[in-house]
Design a protein around this ligand. Structure first.
Ligand code: MG
Length: 344
């Protein structure tokens, strides 16, 4: 197997605000792994606050030599490759995911199976995907709620000084269920508890990362009294973090870019179920490639937040099909089922 990679700038439809940051594009590195005429595609998406970038990912990927590994024939063949990749250097989780995703796409193509079937997933129980609205002015928020019409859940970024105004601006336009992501923006536990009660009366499904991840005690205290489930995102990156989330959070947000890809994500799902944790599967701003990889596991999760392709302007792949707000897993296409977008 031979690995190729190239940098790519993914442009966002709107400047995207979360608690503490705003940006207009996201650096990606696109990967492909080739074997005997078959090609698996992958991607690293690297929002700047996570510490990876074009240079770091390319430096990491240049170290990866897949020539000694045989091409995967079953899913278990990917594990030793990913163990080798993970052992090359700490961190670099998005660059690692770019290899894992390409390996799964390749395996699907080599076996003629769609990726979701490699995980034994039932595509008919796909949770609806939320559409994310960043921190913005009430006027822009109203505009974005209109863009969110094909989606059945809206995810709202909070953690600013006008959280209630944002929720009220959305609630004036739509009655769809909301999920809330504070991105560690609530610094005070009493304020967080008050917000949870206030939000629970406004058809909110859960709260993601309400307080700083370092405040384990505060998050556990909130969880114990919160009427809404409290979900770990920044506090849960990889498999070993799942254990730590139990007792502090009601659930975890799994993202391929945090956990090095589908191989580890599938093990996080299994462990989270043993620990009775709820599971959200999320994404960064990323193309249909990484999102279809995550979608292959989404039927194993309680909620999905896989709106990347709908937030970006230059996805090299055709946008996935939505049915009643759910991403459709395509039965007839092997691997991730990606179709290149025609250049216009
Ligand atoms: Mg989050």
């Amino acid at each position: 197997m031979t690995l190729y990679f190239e940098p790519f700038d993914l442009r966002l439809n709107h400047a995207f605000g979360i608690s503490g940051h705003t940006r207009t594009s996201t650096p990606l590195v696109l990967t492909r792994i080739e074997h005997e005429g078959y090609t698996g595609f992958g991607e690293a998406s690297m929002p700047p606050y996570l510490g990876e970038n074009h240079d770091s990912a390319q430096r990491f990927l240049a170290k990866v030599d897949l020539s000694e590994f045989r091409a995967p024939a079953v899913r278990e063949d990917i594990q030793p490759v990913m163990q080798y990749v993970d052992g090359l250097a700490p961190g670099n989780t998005a660059a690692k995911a770019a290899i894992d995703i390409a390996l799964h796409d390749l395996l699907g193509k080599l076996t003629g199976e769609p990726c979701y079937r490699l995980f034994g997933v039932n595509p008919d129980i796909m949770p609806p995907t939320s559409f994310t609205i960043g921190i913005d002015t009430p006027e822009m928020i109203r505009k974005k709620v209109k863009e969110a019409a094909p989606f059945r859940v809206i995810k709202v970024k909070l953690g600013s000084d006008h959280d209630r105004e944002i929720i009220e601006a959305i609630r004036a336009e739509t009655a769809v269920p909301l999920s809330v992501d504070a991105n560690q923006g609530w610094k005070d536990r009493d304020q967080a508890m008050e917000m949870s009660h206030w939000l629970s009366e406004r058809k909110v499904l859960f709260i993601e990362q309400p307080m700083p991840k370092e405040d384990v005690e505060g998050n556990a205290w909130l969880r114990a009294g919160s009427p809404l489930p409290v979900i770990a995102d920044e506090a849960c990156q990889r498999l070993q973090d799942v254990e730590r989330a139990a007792g502090v959070y009601d659930g975890i947000n799994i993202k391929l870019m945090k956990c090095t890809g589908l191989d580890e994500a599938s093990r996080m799902i299994a462990r989270a179920r043993q620990l009775n944790l709820k599971i959200l599967i999320g994404c960064m701003t990323e193309t249909s490639c990484a999102v279809m990889a995550a979608a292959a596991l989404a039927p194993l999760c309680d909620w999905a937040d896989l709106d990347g392709p709908w937030l970006v302007a230059n996805d090299p792949w055709q946008t996935p099909h939505l049915e009643e707000g759910r991403i459709r897993l395509e039965e007839g296409r092997p691997g991730l089922g990606l179709i290149p977008r025609q250049k216009t």
